[in-house]
Design a binder for this molecule. Structure first.
Ligand code: DC
Length: 225
């Protein structure tokens, strides 16, 4: 393919954005960009350094001069802050909440905007997040809004955490997910919202393979195949 294609995938917590986007990127030979990892890494970095992520001013001071980056490695994408690889520290329930809280800060969003756009400048990408279709890549060739029932999303998230040995229970996961979706959708800057020109895909009841096929179908239709 000679022309660059940018696919934006937005949606609430646990809709399967990252696993589906990763599989689709592999099939298409596109680069997969997980933007949530950047917010997670900044949240973790703030917490590690004793910065209160609800204090917008202190957080803004902390990120001034910070270097955040995503790098492709053989085993997938890795996230760095000031040269430190934080990839293995960002997938905990605490890191999820820190990311959501830090993501409400307009200075953090502004700080990450150019970086996210730079990934899509010369490459065909599938980028997932909350504001990719509305803010980061408003001219994306294809926008998908991926969702599923909250209970099913919580069940998937719970299974993922349990498989990793994280000690939690389903009700706690559901409560966290609802809180994060509410906060992400109601913040003042770049809230989670379906772009007007996005394709809505509800994966409730789908297997992972069915969801991947559905998304591939939408892409192929877009590409006129
Ligand atoms: O996709 P995720 O669960 O890894 O994202 C973690 C948090 O980061 C999410 O609750 C909100 C924030 N986020 C965001 O505000 N904008 C993005 N493009 C990606 C994530």
């Amino acid at each position: 393919m000679d022309k660059i294609m940018r696919i934006a995938i937005d949606g609430p917590v646990g809709a399967g954005k990252s696993t589906i986007a990763k599989a689709v990127a592999e099939r298409l030979g596109f680069i997969y960009i997980d933007t949530g990892a950047l917010y997670r890494a900044i949240g973790v970095h703030c917490a590690k350094n004793g910065v209160d992520v609800d204090d917008d001013k202190a957080t803004a001071e902390h990120i001034a001069g910070m270097e955040a980056d995503l790098r492709l490695a053989e085993n997938g994408q890795r996230v760095f802050v000031n040269g430190e690889d934080l990839t293995d520290k960002i997938r905990t329930p605490e890191a999820s909440m820190l990311a959501s809280r830090v993501s409400a800060n307009p200075r953090v969003r502004g700080f990450l905007l150019d970086l996210q756009r730079s990934f899509a400048r010369d490459n065909s990408v599938i980028m997932d997040g909350r504001d990719i279709g509305t803010v980061v890549l408003p001219d994306a060739e294809l926008k998908i809004f991926l969702t599923a029932d909250a209970e099913e999303r919580a069940k998937r998230r719970y299974d993922e955490l349990a498989a990793k040995g994280v000690d939690t229970d389903y009700e706690a996961v559901l409560a966290d997910l609802n809180k994060r979706d509410y906060d992400d959708s109601h913040r003042d800057f770049a809230p989670l919202k379906m772009a007007d020109d996005a394709v809505l895909t509800d994966t409730t009841g789908n297997t992972f393979e069915q969801s991947v096929e559905e998304i591939m179908g939408i892409i192929n239709e877009k590409l006129g195949k």
